[in-house]
Structures are given as structure tokens and as C-alpha cells.
Design a binder for this molecule. Structure first.
Ligand SMILES: Nc1ncnc2c1ncn2[C@@H]1O[C@H](COP(=O)(O)OP(=O)(O)OP(=O)(O)O)[C@@H](O)[C@H]1O
Length: 585
């Protein structure tokens, strides 16, 4: 229960509703008690009439009629209060679930990129869905059942003891056994359900992936292999489901067996005591039988609750560990630090902490507002890493990275990030309208600003060709757009932000050279007072840059303007010659 202590403030937060819930539970239980009492009383009066103790038939009938009416009223009221009880406890658990999901999601947003690289998406999703649901079972159903059981026990067992303590002991003797058996069974059920769940996630991921990759599957004609893989997974899932069904099927017989034992004990011991005259009325026996049956479910629930708590504890432990995770990248400066965009790398070496790959080696360069720096180089040479460091997605350990003369760590993180317009290599678009995807860069942007940005990114014409124009909603991962359109939309998103620093990571790779030229011209105008860094494999994208650096294996091997570099033997000149040749062909 140590981990579940985390939830106490939530119980406190909703204490008003919970207290009302407890009261309602007590009232519902008391009304439940009336049913066996009145049935017992009815049997007794019939018995007394049969024995000749009462001779007035009309009186018996009237007594029975009143009992029936009371029974009806009590059942209705008990039903109503049980409904109200669920309304309070279960509703509270939904509130807590909502709060917890928000807390978990907020933490997700705080954590750094490194955390996402180290954890699988499925696990991250589980924390917010599965784990939170299991914790909700503790806050809601488990708490509610515990309160019902405790109330029922106190009320029913005290009443039974008051009637006949010996018979009570016999009647309730098998009940702890039932609790333990149900607990053991629930643990088994939970273990097997977890496995079933794992298979289900595998099946879902597999299906999802085959939908996303359907064009590759079809192009390679590997449908039979994919079908076979699916069948194998489905087979495993079916076997695990059957395993689960087997233990679940034990549940009802076990309950019936143990209730049966309790009933036999009440009938046998109670019958003997009745014959010995220790129990005066037959009605008491009937009452006891009903109480025993009434207690069985709550007793079984004790086992259930124990296993629910066990699972909630495990889930909460995972949630607590996760909530304690500190983001690698922390904002260390509270005061605002406005940014101009004078970027300096000074003998910087960077090693990715998770893989140990040295992506940048002794890098030095500078770029000031109004200038454009271009970075070229082979794949894996460290180009994207430079951009990630400027956005402080990772912290610099060796050497220095300063902006406006201040080490990047000493800048307010939010000021830094809001002064950067970053267009990543894989343009990611949300399943939203085109307008909102552009507005993502500036939430309060006007329609004119959106159109202006789209025009600068040379995507406006494409957008208005869609039937719904800017209101066109993108499917999952922006399926309706071409690669080049996605890239340009992503550029528009960065432009609308009007940031001090613009970072383009190979963002024009999917557009034709003509469009590229137009975009670059617009950028040239927009970025007059901005610091621009363009990563590209194309000479056409970088030739107008103020300065170009060439990276190889994390090191700067060449730097200078286009005119300088084309006259120097080396990587840049070769690249230029190759691309010139391709163009001519
Ligand atoms: N998140 C990461 N974690 C660990 N290693 C990484 C990570 N990102 C990149 N690397 C490694 O760092 C090196 C430099 O990668 P980077 O993405 O900066 O290259 P790049 O020049 O941008 O390549 P490309 O032109 O293919 O985009 C590569 O060896 C890569 O495997």
C-alpha cells in the first residue's frame, strides 16, 4: 500500500462526495437487511398459525400483506440507494482517473527527447491508459466494495450474533475460505489477463503497422507472409484466451460450492438447534439462510478487492517512478532572456548519451543575425545534431555553445525555444485542418498571417486547390499530402512564428528545384534580421548562404562561401560538379 499513498490527496480532494457515499452505503445496507427480516417474520407467523398459536386467519393475512408492502418498499429504496452509491464512488473514481491522466500527460510533455528514445511508445501509452485504469479500480470499485462489505458485515453479523451466536459461527466459517480461494483465483485470472493483453497489443501493433505499410507490402507482394505472421500471432492470442477462460470458468462453481457448504451448515446445525428448542422460530432459520447468501458476494469481493489493490499498487509504482523522472533538460533560469540569435559553437564535442556515438568533434563556427549558415555533408555526419543542440534538445558537455554570448544552459529555456522556428527532417503534421497545422507555430495568427506564411512557403496554391482549402483535415500522419507539400506546410509553420532563429533540416529535399528557388527567395526576404541555418544535400539550397560548412564524420572539413568552396579541391567542389552534371543530364 506504500505506493498507493500517493493517491491520498485525491481521496481528500473528493472527501465531500466520498463521505456522502459512505452514508448512502450504510442506508442501502440497512434497507437490504429488512428483506430477510420480513421474510423470516412471515415464515414465523405462518408457523404460528399452523401450530395453532394464532387462530385469527384475517390477522395473519393482514400481517403478511403489510410484510409484502414493506418488502417492496425496502427493495425499492435499497435499489435506489445502491444506484446512488455507485453514482458517488464510481463518479469520484472517474474524476481521479481524469486528474491522474492529466498529471501523467503533463509529465510526458516535460520529459526530454532522450526519455522518448529510451522508452517504447507502447509502454508510454500503457502508463496513461492501462496503469491509470488499474489505479482507478482501486479508487472506485475496490473502495466502494470495501465500504459495502465492511458495512454489511458489521450490520448483518451483529444482527446474526444477536439472534444466535453459535449458528452464526457455523454459518460464516466457510466464508474466509471463499475469500482466500477467490483471491488466489483472481491473481491467476489477472496474470493470464495480462498475457492476453500483451498478445492483444502485439496483434494491434502488427495490424496497425501492416495498414501503415500497406503500399510496401503490396509492392513487394508479401501478403501471404504477412497473413501467415498474423495467423501465428492470432493463434497465440487464441491459446492465451482459452487459458484465461479455463480459470474464469472456475469462478462460478467455486462460489456455488462454498455458498452450498454454508447453506448446508445453516440447515443442518440450525435444524438441530430448532429441534432442540434452542432456536424458537423457523423464521430465524430462513433469515439465516438469506443472510449467508447475502454475505457470500461481499466475501468473494474481499478476494477481488485484494487482487485489485495488488494490481493498482503495481501500476501506481510504475506511475510514481515515472513521475519522479526528472527531465534531462531543465530550465535553470527563471528570468526572461530575450534572444537576438548570435550563435557560436566553440570547440564543441558531442556524444549521444544513450548510444555513446560521438556525433560532433571539436566543432567551431559562428553565425550572426541576418546571416545564413549552410551545413552540408554525408548522411550521419552530424548535421541534424547541430540543430538539435541549438534547440537544446540535448545538453552540451564538452566545449561551448553560446547564443548572444551566453552559454545556452544559462538562457531561459522557454525564451530559447520560442525564438526558434525549427523545420525537422520528417515533417510531422497533426490530424487537424491545414490552417491549424500552420497556426501551430502561432496560436493567435490571423487568417491573413496564415495565408501569408503559406504563400512564403509556396504551398498556398496547393491548399486552395483542395475542395475545403485551409479547412482540409489531414488524415493520420498527413496522408493526403505529398512529401513536398508536407515539407512546405512545415516551413509555413516555422515562418508564421516569426522567430529570431530559423533552422531547416533538409526541409527542401522533396520539392522540385523551381519551387525550391521560390522558397529560398522568400526566405531571403523574411530572414533579413534572423539567423538562418540550412542543412541540405543540395548545392542549390546552400549556394547563397553567407557561410557554408562541410561536415564529415562529425568534423568540419571545409568552410567558406559558395564561390570560395567551388574553387577549392574537396567535398564541396565534387558535390557541385556531380549535381551540375545531373542537372545537365
Ligand atoms: N538520438 C540519437 N541517439 C543516438 N545517436 C544518434 C541520435 N541521432 C543521431 N545519432 C547518431 O549521430 C550521428 C550523427 O547523426 P545526425 O542525425 O546528426 O546526422 P546527419 O548528418 O543529420 O544525417 P542525415 O543527413 O542522414 O540526416 C549518426 O551516427 C547517428 O547514428
Amino acid at each position: 500500500m506504500k505506493e498507493l499513498k500517493y493517491l491520498n490527496p485525491y481521496f481528500f480532494k473528493y472527501k465531500g462526495r466520498l463521505i456522502v457515499g459512505v452514508f448512502i452505503t450504510i442506508i442501502a445496507t440497512v434497507f437490504k437487511l429488512v428483506v430477510p427480516m420480513k421474510i423470516g417474520d412471515s415464515v414465523t407467523i405462518v408457523e404460528q398459525y399452523m401450530n395453532g398459536e394464532i387462530t385469527d386467519l384475517a390477522y395473519v393475512k393482514q400481517h403478511l400483506l403489510i410484510n409484502v408492502l414493506i418488502l417492496l418498499g425496502a427493495a425499492l429504496l435499497s435499489g435506489f440507494f445502491t444506484f446512488m452509491m455507485r453514482q458517488t464512488f464510481i463518479v469520484v473514481s472517474r474524476y481521479v482517473e481524469y486528474d491522474l491522466k492529466n498529471v501523467v500527460f503533463e509529465q510526458y510533455q516535460k520529459l526530454s527527447l532522450g526519455f522518448y528514445k529510451q522508452n517504447r511508445t507502447g509502454d508510454l501509452m500503457n502508463r496513461i491508459s492501462e496503469d491509470v485504469s488499474k489505479v482507478r479500480m482501486y479508487v472506485g470499485p475496490a473502495f466502494m466494495y470495501s465500504i459495502t462489505t465492511i458495512t454489511l458485515f458489521i450490520v448483518v453479523i451483529s444482527y446474526m450474533f444477536y439472534q444466535d451466536p453459535i449458528l452464526t459461527l457455523y454459518a460464516i466459517a466457510p466464508l474466509p475460505l471463499l475469500s482466500v480461494a477467490i483471491f488466489k483465483l483472481s491473481v491467476m485470472i489477472n496474470k493470464r489477463s495480462t498475457i492476453v493483453q500483451q498478445y492483444l497489443s502485439k496483434l494491434t501493433s502488427f495490424t496497425q503497422e501492416s495498414f501503415s505499410g500497406i503500399s510496401v507490402i503490396k509492392a513487394y507482394g508479401i501478403e501471404p507472409r504477412i497473413n501467415q505472421d498474423f495467423e501465428n500471432l492470432a493463434e497465440g492470442s487464441k491459446d492465451k484466451n482459452i487459458d484465461l477462460a479455463k480459470v474464469q470458468a472456475l469462478f462460478a462453481p467455486l462460489m456455488i460450492l462454498l455458498i452450498g457448504v454454508s447453506n448446508i451448515l445453516v440447515i443442518y446445525i440450525g435444524g438441530m438447534r430448532y429441534m432442540d428448542g434452542k432456536i424458537e422460530e423457523l423464521g430465524t432459520l430462513v433469515e439465516f439462510l438469506m443472510y449467508v447468501n447475502m454475505l457470500t458476494w461481499p466475501v468473494a469481493i474481499v478476494g477481488f478487492v485484494a487482487s485489485m489493490v495488488q494490481q493498482a499498487e503495481a501500476s501506481q509504482k510504475r506511475i510514481n517512478e515515472f513521475l519522479k523522472t526528472e527531465p534531462d533538460i531543465q530550465n535553470e533560469v527563471e528570468e526572461n532572456t530575450p534572444i537576438d540569435g548570435n550563435i557560436v559553437f566553440n570547440n564543441l564535442t558531442f556524444t549521444y548519451p544513450d548510444t555513446g556515438i560521438v556525433a560532433l568533434k571539436d566543432i567551431s563556427f559562428s553565425v550572426k543575425p541576418g546571416d545564413t549558415l549552410a551545413i552540408v555533408g554525408n548522411t550521419g555526419s552530424g548535421k541534424s545534431t547541430i540543430l538539435e543542440l541549438i534547440g537544446r534538445l540535448y545538453d552540451v558537455e564538452e566545449g561551448m555553445l553560446t547564443i548572444d554570448g551566453i552559454p545556452i544552459k544559462n538562457l531561459n529555456l522557454s525564451d530559447l525555444r520560442s525564438s526558434i522556428g525549427y523545420v525537422p527532417q520528417d515533417a510531422f503534421l497533426f490530424s487537424d485542418t491545414l490552417r491549424n497545422n500552420i497556426r501551430f507555430g502561432k496560436e493567435d495568427a490571423t487568417e491573413e498571417e496564415v495565408i501569408e506564411a503559406a504563400k512564403s512557403a509556396v504551398v498556398h496554391k496547393n491548399i486552395i486547390e483542395f475542395n475545403k482549402g485551409y479547412d482540409t483535415v489531414l488524415g493520420e500522419r498527413g496522408i493526403t499530402l505529398s512529401g513536398g507539400q508536407k515539407q512546405r506546410l512545415s516551413i509555413a509553420r516555422a515562418i508564421i512564428k516569426d522567430p529570431k532563429i530559423l533552422l531547416f533540416d533538409d526541409s527542401l529535399s522533396a520539392v522540385d528545384t523551381e519551387t525550391e528557388e521560390q522558397i529560398l527567395q522568400h526566405l531571403h526576404k523574411i530572414s533579413k534580421d534572423k539567423t538562418t541555418i540550412i542543412v541540405s544535400h543540395r548545392i542549390s539550397s546552400v549556394k547563397n548562404a553567407t557561410n557554408i560548412i562541410v561536415l564529415e564524420d562529425g568534423k568540419i572539413i571545409q568552410s567558406g562561401s559558395h564561390n570560395e568552396l567551388v574553387n577549392l579541391e574537396g567535398y564541396y567542389k565534387e558535390l557541385y560538379a556531380k549535381q551540375l552534371l545531373e542537372k545537365e543530364m
